[in-house]
Design a protein around this ligand. Structure first.
Ligand SMILES: [Mg+2]
Length: 120
């Protein structure tokens, strides 16, 4: 696969984040990563929900902090799956290029994924 991006920042982040991961077996690491990722995404959702429906202010700094937590768990899951950042990101770009060959969002392609053999 041709490398489209520089992964230096992400790889440096991964080296730092790796030190803060718990030492668990593979099964528990997978569970911890996916549960944590969901939990952190839920924290973002909760913050925005409270901002929109319960009179709280939406704090961009809080969202950025939680986004960092999401990234930590994404990196953790990436490591558990033994895949490099290039495999994750370039695979995603390849999927998007297939779905949106015009390189712009087209709603009908988002809805009708079956016709291009893309079930995700
Ligand atoms: Mg958090």
């Amino acid at each position: 696969m041709e490398q489209k991006f520089s992964y230096e920042v992400l790889n440096n982040y991964s080296k730092l984040a790796e030190r803060t991961r718990p030492a668990l077996c593979e099964r528990d690491s997978l569970l911890n990563a996916v549960m944590g990722l969901s939990g952190e995404a839920g924290e973002i959702l909760e913050h925005v929900k409270k901002g929109l429906f319960q009179g709280h202010s939406i704090d961009k700094g809080k969202l950025v902090e939680e986004l960092g937590d999401v990234v930590w768990y994404v990196d953790y899951l990436r490591a558990v799956l033994s895949v490099e950042w290039a495999g994750v990101l370039e695979g995603n770009v390849k999927k998007l290029e297939k779905r949106y060959p015009e390189r712009v969002f087209v709603a009908v392609r988002s809805v009708d994924r079956g016709s291009i053999g893309d079930s995700f």
